[in-house]
Design a protein around this ligand. Structure first.
Ligand SMILES: *Cc1c(COP(=O)(O)O)cnc(C)c1O
Length: 374
């Protein structure tokens, strides 16, 4: 077996998830889904996503390179981010990607300059900040007026009027992304209403986008992953099918990350020590926050199970070996009695796990393997 800690990906579950998405959008040739590659860029994961016909959503030049290397067509790649460097813009231009999502007027100026140098016309969408509260953790809310993301609604009219006169720029879309791990449907309803209002207003000043990109953000069930291994894509897509008022010929683009891959991955870790303090029992694992930072960074809950024992349950704080108190995977968790050498699975770790791994404390990066349930 692979040395611990390692990520273990259930490619069967990933394929079933992709099939549910395919069924939901099969009646809508105008719907296009781009996988947000920052959630997980492991080739084991990318290959089934490529085969399912999804495009890619990138937030860096490195991600564009990884997507193209994995076989995705540049014409299926969208590129967002508040701080695109010149080389990243050049990479996007050279490869002729589908669309750059522009987040500020300052960025637009740089894009014009790079487009002139390359002698190319660049296809863009404006990322609009719709001021919708995603009701999620404040570190992963992106669509409020106070966040750094997107263009303020009040500035949009003038910017559009100005942009459509530019020869280097082809303004094709409007882009929205309100946050991540959104588990109520209400924010998506609200997003549709905002988009409808905005579209009417822009139409009255003579602008109609060729595509509307509604971003990603659909959440998953971290508490009971085995009950809900596949998110409720039906309710999610239904909102956009029924509530988004589209203009003739308009396409709708989605950028889903977590909801596609989170439940397909577990972090498997070995217990190094069981430490008993008065009133507290610790299971000390060989995985740490360098392998999975979500609990330390977002206070995120991940279900943990003992793969090696089915003895009576006891309470444990499951902690890593890193010299940080936030290096804790779970407090007061009920686990089948833990022994040195037991393997624990930290569930729902397929998204924002391996891609966020670091080498702090000069640790090794986690490895990975796949299996396929049917
Ligand atoms: C991160 C990100 C996504 C994906 O978010 P999920 O919550 O993983 O679905 C989509 N679009 C943009 C612009 C992002 O930054």
């Amino acid at each position: 077996m692979t040395t611990t800690p390692f990520y273990r990906y259930d490619i069967g579950l990933l394929k079933r998830t992709l099939e549910v998405i395919r069924r939901q959008i099969s009646s809508r040739p105008d719907f296009h889904v781009h996988y947000a590659i920052k959630a997980n860029a492991n080739p084991l994961i990318l290959n089934p996503i490529l085969e399912a016909g999804l495009g890619i959503d990138c937030v860096s030049g490195g991600e564009i390179e990884a997507a193209i290397k994995a076989g995705f067509s540049p014409s299926s790649i969208v590129f967002a981010g508040v701080g695109k460097d010149d080389w990243e813009i050049d990479l996007a231009l050279e490869n002729g990607i589908f669309c750059l999502n522009v987040e500020s007027e300052a960025e637009l100026d740089v894009l014009r300059e790079r487009a002139r140098i390359h002698g190319k016309r660049v296809r863009i969408a404006f990322r609009v900040n719709p001021d919708v509260d995603a009701h999620t953790h404040s570190n992963i809310t992106t669509g409020l007026a106070e966040n750094k993301f997107g263009i303020n609604l009040e500035l949009l009219d003038d910017l559009i009027a100005h942009t459509i006169t530019m020869s280097e720029i082809s303004l094709e879309g409007l882009h929205f992304h309100i946050g991540s791990q959104i588990v109520e449907m209400e924010p998506f309803h609200e997003l549709c209403q905002r988009i409808n209002t905005l579209q009417k207003k822009l139409k009255s000043v003579g602008f109609t986008a060729r595509h509307i990109n509604v971003g990603g953000g659909l959440g998953i069930d971290y508490k009971e992953p085995e009950k809900h291994p596949i998110p409720d894509f039906e309710s999610y897509f239904n909102i956009f099918k029924t509530e988004l008022e589209l203009q003739p010929g308009q396409e709708v683009h989605f950028e889903l990350g977590r909801s596609i891959v989170a439940q397909c991955g577990q972090l498997v870790t070995k217990v190094l020590y069981v430490k008993e303090n008065p009133g507290k029992r610790f299971a000390i694992t060989d995985a740490g926050m360098t392998d999975l930072i979500r609990p330390a960074l977002y206070d995120a809950y991940h279900k943990i199970t003992n793969l090696s024992s089915n003895e009576e349950e006891q309470l444990y704080d499951v902690v890593g070996p890193i010299c940080e108190s936030s290096d804790t995977f779970g407090k007061n968790r009920k686990l089948s009695k833990v022994h040195r050498g037991d393997l624990l699975a930290i569930m729902s770790a397929g998204a924002y796990g391996e891609t966020m791994a670091s080498q702090y404390n000069l640790r090794r990066l986690p490895s990975s393997e796949s299996f396929e349930t049917h």
